[in-house]
Design a protein around this ligand. Sequence first.
Ligand code: RET
Length: 251
Amino acid sequence: PVDYQHAGHDGKTTLWVVFVIMVIASAVFAGLSWRVPVSKRLYHIITTLITIFAAISYFAMATGHGVAVNHIKIRHTHNHVPDTFTYVDRQVYWARYIDWTLTTPLLLLDLSLLAGLNGAHILLAVIADIIMILTGLFAAFGSEGTPQKWGWYTIACIAYLVVVWHLAVHGRAQAQARSNQVATFFASIAGFTLLVWTAYPIVWGLADGARKVSVDGEIIAYAVLDVLAKPVFGLWLLITHSKMSETNVDL
Ligand code: RET
């Protein structure tokens, strides 16, 4: 017996809707960059690239690309009865991990520049973030019954804590050193980021991990999070930055 878990109508529609949102967000962010002097455009460029990458990844997923089937064998042991096996074939959208490998470092760069984090700390946060996403990808293709799957998940969570540490400790201290206004803004936008990002491993655990959530449910949950983490975050950042000269970057 094989339980085939795959995207249905709601999931596919959601992928198209988010694709359109990401395209519109990219156009709006590019448009906003023309309203500020070139010296203030670094955040606009980073943020526009984030939604462009997301649009490409959503286009792939909506057209049925960037997805593979993870074949999982589940062993059932009963008293006096020989072992029986059932199988779960579940779709895994690996395109997300390519997207996240490129976009989460860019999101961290936005926050790091805002706080005024130094190069060494930016590099460490970005590398920890990439380790988090790539070990998460290994976890997604781990099979049931093997310890590797949750092992990779644990490594990814530790890497995530390293990222959080850099933002919460070094980021906050540097933002405070810039000005009270920057510190207050950093506390709100980094706090928002922390809440949204922390939902990803929870969704992963329930959907890819425990398979308690359907593929459609997973698509919808990640869609909401992606819209909050990219277009909503980006708009908030760009509007506030254009009014706050202390956040200018001389690079
Ligand atoms: C995974 C699974 C393994 C454990 C952890 C994860 C964290 C993922 C995060 C993703 C953030 C994505 C964003 C996308 C933007 O649109 C890989 C799900 C910790 C934090 C912000």
